[in-house]
Design a protein around this ligand. Structure first.
Ligand code: GLY
Length: 359
């Protein structure tokens, strides 16, 4: 088992992230042993419950089963979880356990952050995307009609239990969407300022086929590296005042694309890959990088076989970009590559984003 400790400076608290390949049937006892109180509520994805419910062994009374899909991350389900926690008599030293992808983690984490002014929550991510991104770093939220994640906070989990066996049953599209967030780390690695030299770019090039074939030992290393990079970032900047923004590489375009296609046409990772390509194109036009680096990036993305997304009308993309909560004036914030594995933040006016050549 791999154990990575996260230390968030402000709170002086630490929490462990465990990465393991041990059987899913042993997970419950490990989680329950780690809790402070004797009561808990499990919020679990319907799909995961269907496949692993019996193996996991939580009883019906202990579980709140959440239907799958981003639209479930809403006030209604938030209230239902709080009501279930109240009914179960959860007290301040009890916990909420989130088993599923990003939607489950964000929603259950947000419920835990507000229930009795905050109780423990345990993340058990079951998708690749949640393993390498949403389960780590404490961003919890729900969506509103006006946009995604508009109500939320930073609230770190008590622990994260990553069991790689869950990844075996992900459908190909779900697995690839996770890889969309994974490849992002290749292009931001140096900017993460991780004390350990992880050389992720080489790892990804050398192991492309094994990663696509879901070789669990290679995935274990991949998840470990991505998490170490993310942890390095959040330990330096938990609340995204500066450095943490680099994790949004590819996301300015991706969020706009997801918004104009109503979160239905493309998965998040697919949109991120399109956003990474857009960022490379923009950086090249602004002479921040040379052609060789763009070729290198497009070549990696091609090897992983991500779907090709067409260009969307620039007026629609721009309108959606301006709605993003990360922008604070008329300017739009982009994270752009400036050198190999190095990115920087830029605030750009709309004329600087779409010249004729990158519209
Ligand atoms: N998903 C980006 C972050 O955690 O900051």
């Amino acid at each position: 088992m791999i154990n990575i400790n996260v230390k968030i400076n402000k709170s002086e608290k630490t929490y462990p992230i465990y990465i393991e390949k041990d059987g899913v049937e042993n997970l419950k006892s490990k989680i329950v042993k780690s809790l402070r109180g004797d009561k808990y509520l499990v919020v679990i994805s319907q799909k995961v419950d269907r496949i692993y419910g019996e193996l996991l062994g939580f009883s019906k009374d202990e579980k709140f089963v959440l239907k799958d899909g981003e639209k479930e991350k809403n006030f209604h389900n938030y209230k239902k979880i709080i009501d279930r926690a109240l009914k179960a008599g959860l007290k301040r030293n009890d916990a909420i356990i989130a088993i599923g992808g990003g939607v489950v983690g964000d929603l259950a984490g947000f419920a835990a952050s507000t229930y009795m002014r905050g109780i423990d929550y345990i993340q058990v991510p079951t998708t690749l995307l949640a393993c390498v991104d949403s389960s780590v770093g404490g961003k919890v939220a729900i969506d509103t009609k006006s946009g995604k994640n508009l109500v939320g906070c930073f609230y770190q989990p008590k622990s994260v239990f990553i069991n790689l066996n869950f990844l075996k049953t992900l459908d190909d599209r779900q697995y690839k969407t996770g890889l969309g967030e994974v490849v992002k780390y290749i292009f931001i690695e140096k900017s993460c300022k991780c004390p350990e030299d992880l050389n992720f770019s080489n790892f990804m090039s050398e192991n492309t086929n094994k990663i696509l074939l879901r070789d669990l030992s290679v995935i274990e290393k991949l998840v470990e590296i991505c998490i170490k990079l993310k942890v390095a970032v959040i330990e330096q900047d938990e609340e995204e005042h500066g450095l943490r923004k680099i994790l949004n590489f590819g996301h300015t375009y991706a969020h706009a694309l997801e918004s104009i296609t109503r979160y239905k046409k493309y998965t998040h990772g697919e949109a991120v890959v399109k956003g990474i390509k857009f960022a490379f194109n923009l950086a090249e036009k602004r002479s921040l990088i040379d052609k060789n680096y763009s070729f290198f990036a497009y070549d990696i993305l091609k090897k992983f076989g991500f779907i090709e997304i067409p260009d969307y009308p620039k007026d629609k993309i721009l309108k959606a970009m301006k709605m993003d909560k990360k922008n604070n004036s008329q300017k739009i914030v982009f994270i752009l590559p400036v050198d190999y594995s190095t990115v920087q933040e830029f605030s750009l006016g709309e004329n600087e984003i779409f010249s004729d050549s990158n519209s």
